[in-house]
Design a protein around this ligand. Sequence first.
Ligand SMILES: Nc1ncnc2c1ncn2[C@@H]1O[C@H](COP(=O)(O)OP(=O)(O)OP(=O)(O)O)[C@@H](O)[C@H]1O
Length: 215
Amino acid sequence: MLLELTDIHFGYPGHAPVLRGASLRVGAGERIALVGANGSGKSTLLRIALGLIRPASGTVQAFGQPRRSERDFHEVRRRVGLVFQDPDDQLFCPTVAEDIAFGPLNLGKSRAEALQMVDDVLDCLALSHLRDRVTHHLSGGEKRLVTLATVLVMRPEVLLLDEPTNALDPANAARLRDILCALPQAIVLVSHDPEFRAALAPRTLHLRDGQVQPD
Ligand SMILES: Nc1ncnc2c1ncn2[C@@H]1O[C@H](COP(=O)(O)OP(=O)(O)OP(=O)(O)O)[C@@H](O)[C@H]1O
């Protein structure tokens, strides 16, 4: 298993529990859609998978190892890419190229290598025209696509996508679907868009009453 969350319990401080025994297993190349009502805890579960929040109980395993400490999760975040629901949580550099180069530079790539990776990923996503734009001037849909570029540039082994079609027009949603369908990675897709889910993920799981259940 690439990712294995088992019997996760979690509630935000001062609020009712969100997850009450949620488990999720993601194997190599698997495509899983995760659905559930607003506020059922889908984004929360993805954040727990990356150690961005810690469960009250339950275990997270990634790439065959239990993950507990911040140090453990550093490696998980390098190998598992999360596209956040809100692009503004993920884009923080002045220009698109700098935002995308940030991860590779952080991994110790040279500036030249990082910029080559930026050009490659922008080319693959047909977004080269956005390369030198000021990130916070982009439209909502452009930001969403750039966010995906910041994740794909790291060549993650698993992609966790939280509402990737939010703010995309139908043509860009279709383009994103084709790009994602062609990727080799395992994908967990949180999406309220039934057509997008059907195209990308043969298996659907339902987060309900704090647990992940078959649809
Ligand atoms: N930082 C926070 N502090 C307190 N409560 C929070 C926090 N983040 C989320 N919540 C609450 O936890 C619950 C689960 O939120 P979460 O974002 O995981 O749901 P979701 O299933 O992804 O919802 P949606 O489909 O609307 O995106 C919601 O009731 C939400 O209001």
